[in-house]
Structures are given as C-alpha cells and as structure tokens.
Design a protein around this ligand. Structure first.
Ligand code: ATP
Ligand code: MG
Length: 188
C-alpha cells in the first residue's frame, strides 16, 4: 500500500466521517464497476484506497493499468486466471484468497487505508475460499472512519444484516444472452 497522504485530499474528506459497510450483490452486471466508481470518488477526496480482487488473476482488466496513475489507489489481484471448482477448490485458490485477505487485514490494522474494497468477497465465501468469521472480524477491527465495500453475487445474510448499505443489481438483460462476447472497457 502506497504510504503517505494523497495530494488530492480535500477538506471535505476528513469531516465527520461515518465509515460505512457497503454491499453490492445480485445477478446483474455492475457490482465491481460500482465499487470502482466509489473508489474513483474517494480518490478525488484524497482517500487512500486498497482494492483486493478475489478469484481474479487476469492482468488484462482495464482497472489494473488505470490505477497505476491514480495516487493513493492500490489494486491487488488475489486469484489465479483458472476457474475455481466450487465443489473442490484447489488449495492454491484457497491460499491466494487468504493471502489477499491477510494483506487487507494488515493494511487495516496499520491504518494505511480509508477505503477497502473486497471484490468478489461474497463469491469467495460461497466457494469456501474465505471464512465468514474473518470478514466479520475485519468489520469489527476497522477504524470507524474507514469505508468497506464488498461485492459479488449471493451476499451472505450475516453480512447483509451487518452492512449499512446494500444494493442488489438485477439482471434485466445482458449482451451475453444474445451471444455478444466480453468487451474491453465494458467487461474487463
Ligand atoms: P462488472 O465487473 O462488469 O461490474 P459484476 O461485478 O456485476 O460485473 P460479476 O458477477 O463479477 O459481475 O461478473 C463479471 C463478468 O461477468 C463481467 O464481464 C460481466 O459482464 C459478466 N456478467 C455479469 N453479469 C452477467 C450476466 N447477468 N450475464 C452474463 N454475464 C454477466
Ligand atoms: Mg464483479
């Protein structure tokens, strides 16, 4: 995590901070991009952002290159490019997901970040890569002014109860349904 404050820090950014736990879930497209939108907004206020992307190891995603030029934004891909087998996840998938969560926990404990995004955390929980208790502990230890965003389908009810803001994205239609493949800049 890049150290020091962000040169963009605005006077608004430290006023009466009420750190929120935000969940983006549902079957529709837009959960990860909603989290990236808030990260961009936070960066504009000089808030330091750490985004850990579980189950993603694909360096083609546009955001990985875009954030290189954004002060205060650190993005970590905490997955492999292979698909994870839900019935029998590879020990390497479990290991890399736990390492990502550990890195996030250390940054939270050090007070190095203002916004933590755990992208696809709900899916990593659903696939047995992460433990719910570890996420609940992170929520407990986080500084009150720090924001935490979790994304992914099938948010567990325990997190929905604990969160301050929960938005569910509905799938009305998606180009994939008519055979249009993933598009650079829209899907990755
Ligand atoms: P995005 O990263 O684009 O914000 P997301 O985080 O809401 O999407 P995920 O479930 O993480 O959605 O899936 C990521 C990828 O799967 C994206 O390329 C996205 O376009 C595609 N996808 C998301 N929802 C659907 C859907 N309902 N049908 C087909 N493909 C989808
Ligand atoms: Mg996503």
């Amino acid at each position: 995590v890049k150290s020091g404050r962000n040169p963009n820090e605005t006077s608004d950014s430290r006023l009466s901070r009420n750190g929120l736990v935000v969940l983006y879930t549902g079957e529709g497209k837009g959960k990860t991009t909603a989290a990236l939108g808030l990260a961009l907004r936070a960066c504009g206020h000089g808030r330091r952002v750490l985004m850990v992307c579980f189950m993603k190891g694909n360096f083609r995603v546009g955001e990985i290159r875009a954030v290189e030029n954004l002060p205060g934004f650190t993005l970590v891909l905490s997955g492999r490019s292979e698909f994870v087998d839900k019935r029998d996840p590879d020990p390497r998938d479990i290991h890399i997901a736990r390492e990502g969560l550990k890195q996030a926990g250390e940054a939270v404990e050090k007070g190095n970040i203002d916004l933590l995004i755990l992208d696809e955390a709900h899916v990593a929980l659903d696939y047995g890569l992460l433990d719910l208790q570890d996420i609940l502990n992170l929520i407990e230890i986080k500084p009150p002014e720090m924001d935490l965003i979790l994304t992914g389908r099938n948010a567990p009810v325990e997190l929905v109860k604990r969160a301050d803001l929960v938005s569910e994205v509905l799938n009305i239609k998606h180009p994939f349904q008519k055979g249009i493949p993933a598009q650079a800049g829209i899907d990755f």
